[in-house]
Design a protein. Structure first.
Length: 375
């Protein structure tokens, strides 16, 4: 018994695994059938709509064919009536000619009697009938022409409807072909999009690397320019000496306006020219050692105090500050500084360094600032 129980324990029950597999397959088959049924339903809707349109066009063609047959029957009746009226008109013309001949014979014999008068009256009536028949014939011919035109229009409409029906079938076939082409194009676009996203990720990595390199290069150039700027300001301080009216504020070398210009003027005075000449010599000496790939520039900024000016030469502090900066630039150019390395700007009274109202504060705000910067 113990051996039998051990053999029973070794038997594995695989039935639940088969049930899971079968249930999974059944779900997949149901999903595929549902997709197929939905596709058949939408396709049937589209085809039924097209069949309904074709049936409607067929009914319209049948109605137009009936109308065309009626129009043709009416035209035949009109033509028959017209031929009968033409025969009557010919008979009336013959009778009129016969009576006219009789009248001429009567005129020749000069007989006047009551029968002749009746015949003349009959001739006049026949002439009226002939005129009426001619008018009726003209109306009938116009009506026949109009009906012929309508018949041509109906035939053209029927031909157009037939063409439209054929075009609708061709358009449906073309739409199906275009749908297949669009699906193929969509697949190609998706592949191209995937490839583009892959290339974009690679390019982002390259751009990030280039940005890092560019920032490093810019930082290196800025540090190099900062080194030459420090050397320029240091040597300029040695040349000018310890003067109270010339000082360093941040990264700028500041000259009080009185050192360079008379009050209210943009003409350099002799002492100012000597100071700027020393500055130009120092700048040229430093510039000769600055590498060519460092794009440096010396910016000259003119500033005034807040007291307004209105003279024949300068109508505002804007004009005075700009004119003084330009005068400094022109003098440096005369001393050999390259023009492409210079820039002049006028700020008027709108960039004060001392907000006070005293004469000392106003004097500090009247200044020329020099800054060695990167363009």
């Amino acid at each position: 018994m113990a051996g039998l129980s051990r053999r029973r324990q070794r038997v594995f029950d695989i039935w639940p695994g088969f049930v899971d597999v079968l249930s999974t397959l059944l779900i997949i088959v149901m999903f595929v059938l549902m997709v197929f049924v939905l596709a058949q339903f939408f396709l049937g809707q589209a085809l039924s709509g097209r069949d309904a349109a074709l049936d409607r066009l067929g009914r319209q063609l049948s109605d137009m064919a009936d109308m065309l047959s009626l129009e043709r029957q009416g035209n035949e009746e009109m033509r028959l009536s017209l031929s009968q009226l033409s025969g009557q008109l010919r008979d009336a013309n013959a009778r009129a000619e016969s009576l006219a001949a009789q009248v001429r014979e009567v005129d020749d014999t000069k007989f006047e009697n009551s029968r002749l008068r009746d015949q003349l009256a009959g001739v006049a009536k026949l002439e009226q009938d002939v005129a009426a028949l001619k008018a009726l014939r003209a109306e009938l011919e116009a009506e026949v022409a109009r009906l012929g035109g309508q018949l041509g229009e109906k035939e053209g409409q029927i031909a157009a409807e037939r063409t439209l029906s054929e075009e609708a079938r061709a358009h449906a076939a073309l739409l199906n072909a275009q749908l297949e082409q669009l699906q193929a194009q969509l697949g190609a676009i998706q592949q191209a999009l995937d490839a583009s996203e892959a290339r974009s990720a690679e390019q982002k990595v390259v751009i990030a690397d280039l940005g890092t390199r560019l920032n490093a290069a810019l930082a290196e150039k800025v540090q190099e320019l900062q080194r030459y700027r420090s050397e320029f300001f240091g040597r300029l301080r040695e040349v000018l000496g310890a003067r109270e009216d010339v000082r360093i504020v941040g990264d700028r070398f500041v000259f009080q306006s009185e050192v360079l210009f008379p009050s209210g003027s943009s003409q350099l005075q002799p002492a100012g020219q000597d100071t700027l000449a020393s500055l130009a010599t120092t700048l040229m000496a430093i510039a000769a050692r600055i590498p060519g790939d460092v794009d440096w520039i010396l910016r000259v900024d003119g500033h005034t105090d807040r007291r307004p000016i209105n003279t024949a030469a300068f109508q505002s502090n804007w004009q005075l500050s700009a004119a003084r900066a330009i005068s400094v630039v022109n003098f440096l150019i005369e001393r050999g500084v390259p023009p492409e390395r210079l820039a002049a700007a006028g700020f008027g009274e709108y960039q004060p360094i001392d907000p006070g109202q005293s004469d000392e504060a106003l004097a500090r705000n009247r200044r020329i600032e020099l800054k060695l910067d990167q363009r």
